[in-house]
Design a protein around this ligand. Structure first.
Ligand SMILES: Nc1ncnc2c1ncn2[C@@H]1O[C@H](COP(=O)(O)OP(=O)(O)OP(=O)(O)O)[C@@H](O)[C@H]1O
Ligand SMILES: [Mg+2]
Length: 842
């Protein structure tokens, strides 16, 4: 079983695999480690990864890229609207407010959701992994930026499900990098000592993330994490492109900003220039041939000018680093080292800014491009039962505060922040409500989030009725952010008061329930309750924070296996509660699990199943189309190869009139391929190639025979010569063969004569044969004759000499033992030497 880790980048993806020997990066069908996050549509087939990127400029409207920034977002969000402007392909609003792309595929206009497009990329990654590992790949861990909200995480899980992945965990990119660092550092301080604080800075293509992590042996605690979702390599490219566009307008009177294709080309060229400037501080040229209006353009820039141009961006990077350090509560002196990852961290000005901010040079212990995927593969191996990996715990943080609002007919609306910013995840909290009727909780991101819709979801808790006394019963609600960083109302239960008699049968006290929550003892009561929340007042509206419990990973894993939150039921955790029987209390409590209806931004199971089917059909179609194209290419290749060869090395092996006919057939086929044979079924190409081969194969076979024949004759001739020599030695009474029976030697002689006669005849019949004629004797037959000879003669000639017992050792006075080189032991050795020599020719 193979487990993989995927770094899903806005520009490119990396796949790492956990193997017994460690973590390795998988290369794709182009032998590259990075697979572009690019999905394109052709007339008949999808084009994914490297091939998609290669044809981006020529198939601009049907090549989708940059979609990581659209996943799980709504079309109307201002951020999406900004992104959309940069795309040369049509992006549309779907009926549910989400985003779709409109492409020309399969002979018609088609719309795909961003989840589907992402799933197509994942399909490609799956294929790459399966081809490299020669096995089915299903289990994986996929990274996401730390700022991804619930909607984005759900959308990613949906996309992965459509592609047939089983996501064991979504891992935040900084946590993945932290894991890749921590697990290989054996010199981390022991748990009781002060941790080692390491800062990780990931400057990617679209995002910059800073994370402050505290490490102890086998443990990572994320202290703070900040991200700028709109600051990355592409922003640097953009500044450059804007600069050159203005320049070109002045000097060449062309406006690339009004031409999407030119703009795309300009972005590609400035990115190259930017990378060159990272390695070179001299002035560098940028030339683009036939850029616009058939004009060639050229420009120059040096690193210092680039840094001036991007001052604003560099300032933002610096600000992000300072703010993150501040959030962590650490000082610069407390930082052990600063590790950089992500392609844009190669920009010298960013490294310089890191050096100035943290007063230490950035270190590159980690593979800048592959650290995220490696961390994911490690995490996947840790979660998979098939691997044994050193224990390493990750305590991540929740980037945005989560507030719970409650709406209910029998009480006033209210709200409470349940997970403040940078709160540890995974984590569960137990809250208590008093309600007579079903009520709804709404979870929202509070604080400053970069999205226009802060709602995470609504969770309706049902089956609540007043107590026998007409009061509001106590409702315990467990909320959690699981290890995927996804918020959910995990369970809800009604606590019933019962009489003393009933108590003896099933009395689960609240304290018992608290202790078993997530399998751990509650640590503290840190959730801030609303006014008077702690009192047992049935009129109160707000929840009482019961306990804060770090999430038990095992429970989280179970949660992972039930990804459909649309109709989740809070009963899943209730079963683990032990019952406590006792006779002391007069009044006892019984808990009843309540159903929860969750409405979150996630596709329903039915929709996912439908999309899985559509994706499978497209995969099948792509495969068939690939086979069809391969079959067509095979005909084309055969035509070109044969046309060259029958005028070259095959010329003598085909009669001239046959050559003319064959040549004509080849020419006809070539014309057919570009005419009515352009778009045929696979079987048509296969038949056409077979027809061509009927002409070509005998020619190729004659040439092959001609080439192989001399060696076969040599081998047979050499073998006969050796047998003849052995017979001569035998006749002379040579010691080497004097142990062999004369009768046996007659058999050898007979075989020799037969084969010599065969060889003479064969040689004569083949030596004068015209090359264009089929040989009556094939190389294979000559080899068979040699084998037949060996089968008869070898067992006789290689027969070992009988062993002669050495005479008993004389009791020498000097006490010296006979040497190992006694003649008695030499004879068999000699025989075996002879036999091994004969064996060589077999
Ligand atoms: N030598 C270099 N100098 C400057 N920038 C570089 C260099 N090499 C790569 N980059 C930039 O790094 C970016 C790609 O980085 P990376 O692969 O980390 O991004 P990603 O993971 O795909 O995106 P994201 O993390 O934003 O989702 C591109 O903008 C690229 O231009
Ligand atoms: Mg990245």
């Amino acid at each position: 079983m193979s487990v993989i880790g995927i770094d899903f980048g806005n520009e490119s993806c990396y796949i790492a695999v956990a193997r017994a020997g460690g973590i390795e990066t998988i290369t794709n069908d182009y032998s590259l480690r990075a697979t572009p996050s690019c999905v394109a549509f052709g007339e008949n087939t999808r084009i994914l990864g490297v091939a998609a990127k290669n044809q981006m400029v020529t198939n601009m409207k049907n090549t989708i890229w940059g979609f990581k920034k659209l996943l799980g977002r709504s079309f109307r969000s201002p951020l999406v609207q900004k992104e959309v402007q940069a795309f040369p392909f049509p992006v549309i609003e779907m009926p549910d407010g989400s985003i779709g792309v409109r492409v020309y595929y399969g002979g018609e206009e088609q719309t795909f959701s961003i989840q589907q497009v992402t799933a197509m990329l994942f399909t490609k990654l799956k294929e790459i992994a399966e081809a490299a590992l020669h096995t089915k790949v299903c289990d994986c861990v996929i990274s996401v930026p730390s700022y991804f909200t619930d909607a984005e995480r759900h959308a990613l899980l949906d996309a992965a499900a459509i592609a047939g992945f089983n996501v064991l965990r979504i891992l935040n990119e900084p946590a993945a990098v932290g894991l890749a660092y921590g697990i290989y550092h054996q010199d981390l301080p022991p748990p009781e000592e002060k941790p080692r604080n390491v800062i990780f800075i990931d400057c990617g293509q679209s995002t910059t993330q800073v994370a402050v992590c505290a490490f102890n042996k086998g443990k990572l605690k994320m202290l703070s994490c900040l991200a700028d979702p709109n600051l990355g390599g592409r922003d640097f490219d953009n500044e450059l492109a804007l600069h050159f566009a203005a320049d070109f307008k002045k000097r060449y009177n062309i406006d690339p900003m009004n031409d999407k294709r030119a703009w795309l080309r300009l972005l590609t060229e400035v990115e190259k220039l930017k990378k060159q400037m990272s390695a070179n501080s001299n002035e560098l040229p940028m030339n683009i041939e036939c850029f616009m209006e058939e004009k060639d353009v050229s420009a120059r820039m040096k690193r210092a000018d680039f840094e001036k141009l991007t001052e604003n961006l560099l300032r933002r990077v610096h600000h992000l680093m300072r703010s993150c350090l501040q959030d962590s509560g650490l000082r610069v002196e407390d930082v052990h080292s600063v590790e950089i990852v992500g392609g844009s961290s190669r920009i010298p000005a960013i490294k310089q800014s890191i050096q100035e901010t943290f007063r230490k040079p950035p270190s590159t212990t980690l593979n800048q491009d592959e650290a995220v995927s490696r961390g994911c593969a490690l995490q996947c191996a840790m979660l998979s039962p098939a691997f044994k990996v050193r224990d390493f715990s990750i305590s991540d943080v929740q980037m945005y505060p989560i507030t719970l609002k409650w709406l209910g007919p029998d009480s006033e609306d209210g709200e409470m922040e349940v997970f403040p910013v940078n709160h540890q995840v995974p984590f569960s909290k137990m809250l208590t409500f008093y309600r007579k009727e079903p009520f709804t909780l709404q979870a929202v991101y509070s604080g400053n989030i970069p999205y226009h819709n802060p709602v995470i979801g609504e969770f309706k808790i049902d089956n609540i009725t007043p107590t026998a006394e007409g009061e509001s019963p106590k409702i315990k609600v467990k909320v959690r952010v699981n290890m995927n960083g996804v918020f959910k109302v995990a369970s809800a239960s009604l606590v019933e008061k019962k009489g003393a008699e009933e108590m003896e049968q099933d009395a689960a006290s609240p304290s018992a329930m608290e202790e078993t929550e997530d399998g751990k003892t509650p640590k503290s009561n840190t959730t801030v309750p609303n006014t008077n929340a702690a009192s047992d007042d049935s009129q109160k509206n707000g929840p009482v924070g019961e306990n804060d419990v770090p999430m038990d990973e095992k429970n989280d894993k179970q949660d992972q296996e039930k990804p459909n939150h649309m109709d989740g039921n809070g009963a899943e955790e209730g079963e683990t509660k032990p019952e406590r029987k006792g006779k002391k209390a007069k009044l006892v409590l019984k808990t009843v699990d309540l159903p929860i209806t969750s409405t979150v931004c996630q596709l329903s199971k039915d929709v996912i199943n439908d999309l899985v089917e559509r994706e499978s059909k497209m995969v099948m179609h792509d495969r068939q189309e690939k086979e069809r194209i391969d079959a067509r290419n095979a005909v084309e290749e055969y035509v070109y190869e044969m046309r060259n060869r029958i005028s070259d090395d095959l010329q003598e092996f085909i009669a001239s009139n046959d050559r003319e006919k064959f040549m004509q057939f080849l020419d006809e086929t070539e014309n057919w391929l570009y005419d009515e044979g352009e778009n045929c079924k696979k079987s048509v190409y296969v038949t056409r190639r077979q027809d061509l081969q009927k002409h070509g194969d005998p020619v190729v076979a004659r040439k092959k025979e001609f080439d192989e024949r001399p060696l076969c004759f040599d081998q047979l001739g050499g073998g006969l010569q050796q047998v003849r020599k052995a017979l001569d030695l035998f006749a002379q009474g040579d010691e080497k063969y004097n142990h062999i029976d004369a009768e046996d030697m007659k058999k050898v002689e007979k075989a020799l004569q037969e084969k010599e006669a065969w060889l003479d005849k064969a040689f004569n019949s083949l030596s004068n044969l015209p090359k264009e004629k089929n040989p009556p004797i094939l190389a294979q037959q000559i080899r068979a004759e040699k084998q037949a000879l060996d089968n008869v003669v070898m067992p006789i000639l290689n027969k070992p000499k009988p062993k002669v017992e050495p005479p008993p050792a004389p009791k020498s006075e000097g006490g010296e033992a006979p040497s190992a080189e006694s003649p008695a032991s030499e004879a068999p050795d000699g025989a075996s030497a002879a036999s091994s020599k004969m064996d060589v020719d077999q």
